[in-house]
Design a protein around this ligand. Structure first.
Ligand code: G3I
Length: 374
């Protein structure tokens, strides 16, 4: 989408702001075809793509509008927090699956697939694990058990697992974490092997941020997954989180970066897309935000094996951004009152446009089932 239509989308949304999502958007200022106001999940299905969102389980329980849109707009859901180690195993050997099971049940009732997030990460770990007195052998046994117990519990119910999350630094070196310090780099391969043993049908992903474009960090991820697959380690996909901030400029070579992972035969996915800005929001920032989302979706749609595009929450009402980046916000597709923003309309338009016209550079999206197991 070139900028003039983008501005038209922003203008259209400013005037539609008080209309419900069901209103069809008018023809763009350039007189282009009107965009069918169909849910993202329907528009994406025409292209064998699942569009998803991270889910805040408190909001899903307490907020009817949130619950309605979570079910109507998305065909895959990710647990924003309730499948993390601190939530699932708050005390060693004692599991609390209740909230995660509610998400899995919601997904089943709404014809959605589940992204499991996250088995091995350096953050949101329970204090009994990080207290520091576990030996290396004890920690490895604890990791093996947590992965096995968790993946077995959700066996057959989780489509994709983020097995290892954010293992690299910006310069491509391995992040200093409890896992690397005590277990060495081998923890990564172990985690994938143990997850695969527990559920041979789940697609197992490595997930990270600032890897959407080419650079030392995405190079390191590329080298890691290429080596692991060459060693027969069951890595099936790479997740590009997609946390952007318009004040840093928008990435330009994401499609080329995704393509090299495509060529490895891996699945790819945008796993946590949001595009934040320095507040207050205004029409120009919202238009730039829409372009950021468009570029992320375009990179995915151009990749034969990009099988899902997930936003990290869909409404500014519950975004993680303001608490983490003071003075920033407005990162999501809908505002605090669930009004669609230009970014939402841009995703609708992009999906509708791609489904209508076969992409010249691709005979068609590879179905997830055909993703090669190493
Ligand atoms: O559960 C406690 C609650 O008991 C307490 O009352 C409350 C007040 O402090 O905090 C609650 O924990 C919060 C947790 O989310 C669950 O809501 C933590 O403070 C808060 O820091 C945590 O933030 C999450 C963040 O990961 C932690 O790093 C965000 O919601 C979540 O969106 C964010 O998601 C991560 C992905 O998992 C990985 N990729 C990056 C992404 C953004 O950081």
């Amino acid at each position: 989408m070139h900028l003039p239509r983008l501005v038209a989308a922003a203008a259209a949304t400013c005037c539609l702001a008080l209309l419900p999502v069901t209103a069809a958007t008018p023809a763009g200022a350039s007189g282009g075809p009107s965009v069918p106001d169909r849910p993202l999940r329907q528009l994406a299905a025409d292209d064998h793509l699942r569009v998803g969102t991270a889910v805040d389980m408190s909001a899903l329980t307490d907020d009817a509008a949130y619950r309605r849109l979570t079910g109507s707009e998305f065909s895959t859901v990710t647990a924003e927090n309730v499948m993390k180690w601190e939530a699932l195993e708050p005390r060693q050997g004692e599991y609390d699956y209740a909230a995660a099971d509610r998400l899995v049940d919601f997904a089943r009732r709404h014809g959605q697939k589940v992204r499991g997030h996250v088995l091995v990460w350096h953050s949101q770990l329970p204090s009994w694990l990080t207290s520091g007195d576990l030996t290396a052998d004890e920690l490895r046994a604890v990791l093996h058990r947590h992965i096995t117990d968790t993946v077995r519990h959700f066996k057959g119910q989780v489509w994709q697992w983020d097995v290892v999350n954010e293992a690299f630094n910006e310069d491509g070196t391995l992040r200093d974490s409890i896992w690397l310090r005590k277990l060495g780099p081998g923890y990564i391969a172990d985690a994938f092997r143990w997850a695969h043993e527990a559920d041979p049908h789940a697609l197992l992903f490595y997930n990270d941020y600032n890897t959407e474009w080419t650079g030392p960090k995405s190079d390191a991820v590329y080298d890691l997954v290429r080596r692991l697959r060459a060693e027969g380690v069951p890595v099936h996909g790479v997740g590009f989180q997609g946390h952007l901030g318009i004040q840093y400029g928008l990435p330009t070579d994401m499609a080329a970066n995704f393509a090299r992972f495509d060529r490895l035969g891996l699945a790819t996915a945008v796993t946590e897309a949001d595009v934040r800005m320095e507040m207050p929001a205004d029409a120009a920032k919202l238009a730039t935000q829409a372009e950021g989302y468009r570029r992320l979706l375009d990179a995915c749609l151009r990749a034969r094996h990009c099988i899902s595009f997930t936003v990290w929450g869909f409404t500014d009402k519950y975004s993680w951004v303001p608490d983490t980046f003071p003075g920033e916000g407005a990162a999501n597709l809908f505002d605090e009152e669930y009004r669609p923003k230009p970014a939402y309309r841009t995703l609708q338009s992009e999906l509708a446009g791609r489904a209508r016209s076969a992409r010249p550079d691709d005979a068609g999206r590879t179905r997830p089932e055909s993703i090669s197991q190493p």
